[in-house]
Ligand binder design. Sequence first.
Ligand SMILES: [Zn+2]
Length: 291
Amino acid sequence: MEEENSVTDAAPTATWEAADRHFEPAVVAPQSDLGKCLFFAFHDDRLLVYLEPKGHLLPQLADFGDLNLPFRDPHYLGHLDDVHCFAIDLQTDAPPKGMALMGLRELYADFSEGIFQLAGRAFQIVNWDRTHHFCGRCGTKSNYHQSDRARQCPDCGLLSFPRVSPAVITLIHKGDEFLLARNARFPTGRYSIIAGFVEAGETLEEAVAREIKEEVGVDVAQITYQSSQPWPFPHSLMVGFTAAWSDGEICIDNDEIVEAGWFSAKHLPPSLPDGISISRTLIDTFLQDHS
Ligand SMILES: [Zn+2]
């Protein structure tokens, strides 16, 4: 059995709960002394945190090397007010005593929305870097671009940027009712609104109409953008819409969707999506306006 590493001078950081902190993204770290930096270190898709009685805290250190953990290629993210932030690809799944590796969804309740989003940004960059060591066109080992968040092939020049996969998610309304569906992957009783990835060559509105027609068989009108949310599982951007039902009876595909129906504030399913998600925001907004 491996001997546990121990944390030496690494005092846990503050909680970072303040919602009014300003994050300024950048790619290249300043050359000056950066002071204690905030580190988002991921092994696979789990983030390194201190285990604290009052919640989980991120490491804030002068040097990530102080933790004596193997890691590769820190990526500068930018600064959160005056604190510089880095994403780290952690090369061990054995955290030191007093620390743990946790999934982002588990940490949602501990982090402010800004920190949660920053952790998602860090994960997407680490995950992109892990999967682009070699040129996708000619197979040559790629290098980091000097000023952009990109890797470049030294042979053919191909640039590879972090991948973002847009997906649309839509609340369909009909008077005081709205449409909820149960995905085959959801547990019994859990319903959400209709979501799907945007296909190549498609507008967001076309993706909304197509996904809805494919999954629940109805036509919609008044497709209206509401808000968006980076969704780092692993690299989506969820784009939220509302749309009005215009025609057709619900007809599920029985593949991706196994149940669907019209619901209202007085008639809700046993379980709705977590508060973390834009789907829940869209549902809550509709319920506030129709209760
Ligand atoms: Zn190449």
